[in-house]
Structures are given as structure tokens and as C-alpha cells.
Design a protein around this ligand. Sequence first.
Ligand SMILES: [Zn+2]
Length: 243
Amino acid sequence: MGVLSSRFKDLFTYCQQPDITVADFSANQHRPFVLFKPSISSSASTIQQLNSLLEEVQNLPSSIDTLSSTAIDTVHWSLSSGTFTAASLYNFLNLLPKIPSNLRFVWKLKVPPRVITFTWLMLQDKLPTVDNLQKRWMVLVNQCSLCRVACESSSHLFNCSFFISTRSLVLNQSEMHYQSLPPLHELMTDKGFPIKVAELFALTCFWAWKERCSRIFKNLASNPDSLASLVLDDWTLCQTPRH
Ligand SMILES: [Zn+2]
């Protein structure tokens, strides 16, 4: 059944007894809110999560004979017969989706480590964009802070009119006269483009993300010209040989 604290994350942040056993929780099912902090939200999603948790716990006695207020909860390794084995974990990890090999180029880019980490997350759609946050139950208005027209997602951010303008300025000022570029992961595997174009592209994405965050969290906005200057300054530093 997995770990309840990770499956019901929102509820767990309100739990007053993080170490409570399933048996004790089950004994309090008739008044579940007693177990949570008074500040618990009574939003529809919280109530829905609580109902799911209660339903799951209620169904447990039919499948687990030992569930009772006197039974002892023990740690159970669900990937094997109950006891941890390295082989079961290894087999489980092998079943997880593999990182596409064409993304590994990211680690070869000569850009600062923070840009590499950002690019790695971006290419796997792991950035905390509004659409990704909404998938984690956060209630947010979804509007791109750069163009204020479209909804924000990883795929939109790096096709946003603001981003396209910035990238065009960056390409022109760096004297790389490409009218259009494919997505970053295709750019890297296309032999027609030098690696420095991909590095410039990654830096532009990074600074566009910083601009997006600056608008949301600091209420500060730059224009594509200013942002392009920052990208090119950063890129010049990356190109400078280190002794
Ligand atoms: Zn936009």
C-alpha cells in the first residue's frame, strides 16, 4: 500500500502525531479531525484526501488480519516477502523509467553547474511550473508571467513570445545567425549545430526561468534586451579559458 505519509502528503503536514500507527489511527476513525492541527484546511481536496485515507484504512482489516488496537505495527518491505533485500530494491529500480540516453549530453555542456542542474530538470519537465504544481494539488491561477497570455508549462515557457524575443536577440548579438532552432535536446544531437549554440540556448532558458521567478517572487521585471545582455555576459564568462 506504500507509505501513507508520502501518499497523503498534504494531510501529513497537518498531522499532530506523525508517528501514529495505523491501528491507533483506525481506532480514531470516528473523529479523524482530532488527529490533525486546528489549522487543517477544510478545502474540498483535503476532505477528499481524508475520505480516501479513511476508506483505505477501513478496508485494511479484510486484507490484514493483524490490524487491531492491540496489534503491533511493524515496518514491512513491500518489494519482497516483508524483509528488505538489496536484490528486491535493485529489481525495483530497474523497472523505473530510464533516463533517455539523448539527455545525458547535458552534463557535457560548459556552463555553470546551476545551469546544468536547471537544464536537466527542464528537459525532464521537472521544473515547478504552474501546471506541474497544480498536478500536486496546489491551487494556483495558471498564467505565464512572461507573456501574461498563455498558461504556464515547461513547453510553453520555452516557446513563449518573451523567450523567443530574448533568444533572437542573444543569437544576433552573439553573431550566430540562426533564424530558428529545434528544441534543446534535438539541437544537441544534430551534428549541424556547434555545442556552443546549445550552451547559449541552455543559458537563455536559465535566465528566462530566473526572469519568470523574479516577476513572481520579487515583482521585478526586465525586458528581453536586458535579459539578453545578462545571458551574453554569462556566456562570455563560460567561454573564457580557465587557468
Ligand atoms: Zn508566455
